[in-house]
Ligand binder design. Structure first.
Ligand SMILES: [Zn+2]
Length: 64
């Protein structure tokens, strides 16, 4: 014990304060993300939590 390697814990669920609803395709949480687009300002996009995982199983996203 003591020298065991540990992977950093991956966050399994999004932070509740970013959750904006449920994905209509797969039922995972939709999380809101803010992107800065030069010349246009900030864009808010709701992305399916599954699409942000290492192995994305869903590509649902909605631009507000
Ligand atoms: Zn989804």
């Amino acid at each position: 014990m003591g020298s065991e390697k540990r992977q950093p814990a991956r966050q399994e669920r999004p932070d509740p304060e970013w959750v904006r609803g449920v994905c209509p395709r797969c039922g995972e949480e939709l999380v809101s993300k803010c992107y800065y687009v030069g010349g246009r300002g900030y864009l808010v996009i709701w992305e399916c939590w599954s699409s942000l995982a290492e192995t994305s199983t869903c590509d649902y996203r909605r631009v507000l």
